[in-house]
Design a protein around this ligand. Sequence first.
Ligand code: ADE
Ligand code: ZN
Length: 335
Amino acid sequence: MSSIVGFVQSLPKAELHLHIEGSLEPELMMALAKRNGVKLPFASVEEIRRAYEFQNLQEFLDIYYQGMSVLQREEDFYDLTMAYLRRVHADNCRHVEIFFDPQGHTERGISFATAIDGILRGLADGEKEFGITSHLIMSFLRHLSEDDAFQTLEQSKPWHDRILGVGLDSSEMGHPPSKFERVFAAARDMGLKSFAHGGEEGPPAYVQECLDLLQVDRLDHGNRSLEDEALTARLAEAQIALTVCPLSNLKLCVVDDLQNHPLKVMIDKGLKVTINSDDPSYFGGYLNDNYIATAEALDLSKEDLALCARNSITASFMDAGRQKLLLAEIDGLLA
Ligand code: ADE
Ligand code: ZN
């Protein structure tokens, strides 16, 4: 094992940008299709994997929403969540804050309760079995209307004690954060935190809106913020955490080569960077794969990697005592 691989493995980490539906591996997709009598346009696991070639975010989203069709019953969401936690437990991941897309399910007739109850039961059992603590974030699909988002927020009320906050994902271009300013204000009034994808494909002005209009507690991706010097300085000054997803950026052609990924530039500019997998089944790598591939492409030092792991802990909403323990563990690795 190279020293970087061993070091990444030894680092306690949190994953803060993960769409649970994007962790659906082709094997589980096939098994659930069979269990639920869902017809897939693929004959084999290999055929599914071969379809995972994307030129942009939309090409991925089309196949991602299609993949969700196999998730029908509460136990499907439970199995999906447990499979993800089992996998990242192997990566020495200690805490996760995961997204789910309720509208991706309610739109096709699966109830909000079916999806969230299965995921929450998986998170609870995952903590018992793997010691991974967690929070759940419900994301609004930005290609749908403000009214649809309001209805989803209303549906979620019985679970608010178990939901950390709201997120914003799906097709970024043409759907600026301003479209959801009022929904996010309502969610905030209900005590929920705010997260949003910004600057993945969209311009710096969208990131600005995430800060000013949605008042995000964390920004998902944020790559294109670097095109605006004042915005970059503001993110650094306020220490707004960025949940960066290098292998996702490569697969969705946000970067042409991992060697041109801006993660190291972000660190050098004082941004609070974390490393995450986004949709690991579709993008070919879980948490440690993202750390290792980025370290190799950008020649990151152990200090850089430890900084990203530290940031993942302090940018999370895990309790302060647990944060302290994990940070001490990271310090011990560097000593
Ligand atoms: N939904 C799942 N993955 C996403 C991504 N990378 N960007 C926007 N929406 C998503
Ligand atoms: Zn994402």
